[in-house]
Design a binder for this molecule. Structure first.
Ligand SMILES: [Zn+2]
Length: 272
């Protein structure tokens, strides 16, 4: 488990990544969503940026829905450490592998993308609301990191319910693009990996591709660019920069969907 301050950073990184991809991919399907479809994706990506840490039963995010997510987390932790032991090489470290294992790989991001797409395709009337509820919960849990996991589980569940209700009241169920929902979850996961990679331990993003004879090679930038989890650099620099990117890119993407007509005539994207 990282210090509590990483929750909001992860959450905002998910939103920033979704906003950036949709803003920059102007010529693709993902760059031409409806306003509502974009907002559904934004919530999914923000929540999904907390998803990988469900592999740690004591993480803040595992406390999101109380015993339910804690049980799921224990299961995921066991699965992850089993997979780690099964596929590690002699060069990989002898850590347990339950945390920062399988849920911190591109393979998991792809699976999460496919499963989300399938769920949304199954039913927009009940599966999508359920999915939104789950990711709203993760997003709120991540952002409201000061809420006590143990004492405020009801608050978190209540807030997620209200958010989901508001979202669904406002979104036409058929408006959500199943593939875009899947991509949003995948983008959120990848944003999480990048965040973990720039902290000290790195992230085994490329498993099971062996790098230096390690299948769980912890991908990380050169030491000078790495940060202490929850350290001063993160707080003073990364958080605000991500927030600016999230707001700026969201403005571009939302403006393109036809929302925010007041931004007409303003050159939001200097590269176009
Ligand atoms: Zn993590």
């Amino acid at each position: 488990m990282g210090p509590v301050s990483t929750g909001p950073t992860h959450a905002i990184s998910g939103l920033a990544a979704w906003a950036a991809v949709t803003a920059l991919a102007a010529d693709s399907a993902i760059g031409n969503l409806s306003t509502k479809g974009w907002l559904v994706g934004a919530i999914l990506a923000t929540g999904a940026a907390l998803l990988p840490d469900l592999d740690h039963p004591e993480s803040t995010v595992s406390a999101t829905f109380g015993p339910v997510t804690q049980a799921a987390s224990s299961l995921l932790n066991g699965l992850s450490s089993g997979l780690y032991r099964l596929t590690r090489t002699k060069r990989d470290s002898k850590r347990g592998g339950g945390h920062r294992g399988f849920t911190h790989t591109l393979v998991f991001a792809v699976i999460a993308t496919v499963v989300t797409t399938a769920i949304v395709q199954t039913s927009r009337s009940w599966a999508l609301p359920l999915l939104m509820f789950f990711f709203c919960g993760l997003a709120v849990r991540g952002i409201m990191h000061k809420w006590s996991p143990r004492h405020d589980a009801l608050w978190i569940t209540g807030t997620a319910l209200i958010l989901t209700y508001a979202c669904l009241k406002w979104t036409d169920h058929s408006d959500a693009n199943a593939a875009a929902c899947g991509v949003a979850v995948g983008i959120g996961c990848i944003a999480h990996y990048l965040g973990d990679a720039i902290t000290e331990q790195g992230c085994p993003i490329l498993w099971p591709v062996p790098i230096g004879l390690k299948t769980w090679y912890p991908v990380a930038p050169p030491k000078i660019l790495r940060m202490r989890t929850g350290g001063r650099v993160e707080m003073a620099l990364v958080g605000p920069v991500l927030t600016v990117v999230a707001i700026w890119m969201s403005a571009i993407a939302l403006h393109r969907t036809g929302a925010l007509p007041m931004l007409d005539g303003i050159r939001l994207a200097p590269w176009t």
